[in-house]
Design a protein around this ligand. Structure first.
Ligand code: ADP
Ligand code: MG
Length: 405
């Protein structure tokens, strides 16, 4: 089993997937844009070969280089877990005749307009939306949709350049702010709660399913710096509103022709109980969501993803033991972290439920919280009861403080 794995070193969780592939018996050949020496030592050791390319996102160039590099060797899988390279992986499969999802399918997970069209064509509920490349088109769309609405890039990520708009003057302000965005989607604002539906699939069938709730919704978390955003996996998937989200997710996978691998979907739950599709990728959620799944089930989704991809098999635990919450922290003040307050007391209150503390240490420079959800670090906690898990997470959000300056 020879597996080409794109971007083995970045983002931060990729080494776990490399380890997973090696653990289930695959030979792993990495392709990345850093020199071999820049790879983490454990990753370097797990790779059987490595190709450094000058620009990983220059798809035609990477395809030509990988083609030349592989000449005479047989490849069984071409995989990646990073959103910007999922289409490249599909193009490489097509080019080299390797099994797995092809570009015509992967585009449905990558291009938000194609995605929505395919999901809506299957009769599933998506937000009413129009695409706009000019301000006149955006105004006309707003007229038809009404306020409140959302303006966001067609090719967006991480809630960048995404705005809620409540009236006409605000629309003008937002259109000025998004002038640099080539094409926007003007959408009905779907009010309600926001969840994920995550899977590992084998031939389109989910063999592992996860649901997590965003607290607050990502757009708000990215707009207000003083918030410590929380994402909590939901242990109990049986309540009807959660089941409706899962059913929506399964139908979306069918509509998009999912193959084998990870998926990460976002969905909205309205006060009326209606569930609405948000978006989906054919890769795992970022910002440690995979780690949260592991803490939820005491399993190893990194390894089991690899088993699914290599052997169409799954041997992980799916029984949900905990609700697992991650709390992202943002320091008060600018510059470097000077002290951390409230952490010892928090540990004393909840020690046994703390899974992982990964806050920036004193002396480290603050990160840009708009650019990375992880912000200045995080604390992961878990508890069998939903209410207790949230109470502990809120305790970390409200009473642990990083101070910079
Ligand atoms: N139609 C909508 N109604 C309400 N909120 C939305 C809508 N579209 C986007 N949002 C908010 O903006 C966030 C980012 O939008 P999303 O479509 O998930 O793009 P991305 O995560 O790729 O930036 C969502 O998580 C949600 O909070
Ligand atoms: Mg999103």
């Amino acid at each position: 089993m020879n597996v080409v794995f794109l971007a083995p070193n970045y983002p931060a969780e990729m080494p776990h997937y490399v380890r997973g592939l090696a653990t289930v018996g695959a030979r792993v050949w990495g392709v990345g844009d850093g020199p071999l020496g820049s790879l983490r030592p454990d990753v370097r050791q797990l790779l059987d070969d490595y190709l450094q390319v000058p620009r990983l996102l220059d798809e035609d160039d990477v395809i030509a280089r990988v083609h030349a590099w592989l000449r005479g060797r047989s490849v069984d899988r071409i995989e990646t877990q990073w959103e910007p390279t999922v289409l490249l992986a599909a193009r490489l499969r097509e080019h080299l005749g390797v099994m797995g999802m092809l570009p015509g399918t992967v585009i449905g997970f990558r291009d938000k307009a194609v995605m929505k069209e395919r999901v809506a064509a299957a009769g599933l509920r998506v937000p009413h939306a129009f695409r706009a490349t000019t301000t006149a088109q955006a105004r006309a769309a707003a007229e038809r949709i009404g306020f409140p609405l959302i303006v966001k890039p067609i090719a967006g990520a991480g809630s960048a350049d995404t705005y809620r708009v409540d009236d006409a003057p605000e629309l003008e302000r937002v259109l000025a702010l998004t002038r640099h965005v080539e094409e926007v989607s003007v959408e009905e604002f779907v009010d309600g709660l926001e969840f994920t539906y995550d899977t590992i699939c084998v031939d389109g069938q989910p063999v592992f399913e996860n649901v997590a709730q965003y607290l607050p919704r990502p757009l708000e978390a990215r707009t207000v710096e003083s918030i410590s955003p929380i994402i909590a996996t939901v242990r109990d998937l049986t309540p009807p509103h959660i089941q409706r989200g899962i059913q929506l997710g399964r139908q979306v996978l069918k509509a998009l022709g999912m193959g084998t691998g990870f998926t990460h979907m976002e969905w909205y739950l309205k006060a009326s109980g209606e569930v609405v599709f948000g978006e989906i990728g054919c890769r795992p959620g970022g910002a440690h969501l995979a780690d949260q799944m592991n803490f939820t089930c005491d399993t190893d989704v990194f390894r089991e993803w690899a088993r699914a991809v290599c052997w169409s098999d799954f041997d992980g635990r799916t029984e949900r033991l905990y609700n697992c919450a991650i709390v992202f922290k943002r320091a008060k003040g600018q510059g470097a972290i000077t002290r951390i307050e409230g952490l010892d007391a928090f540990r004393q209150r909840h020690g046994r439920w703390i899974c992982w503390e990964n806050l920036l240490p004193v002396g480290a420079k603050r990160r840009n919280w708009k650019m990375t959800l992880v912000s200045d670090g995080f604390i992961i906690v878990r508890h069998p009861n939903w209410g207790d898990a949230l109470a502990i997470a809120n305790d970390a959000a409200n009473n642990v403080h990083l101070i910079a300056g």
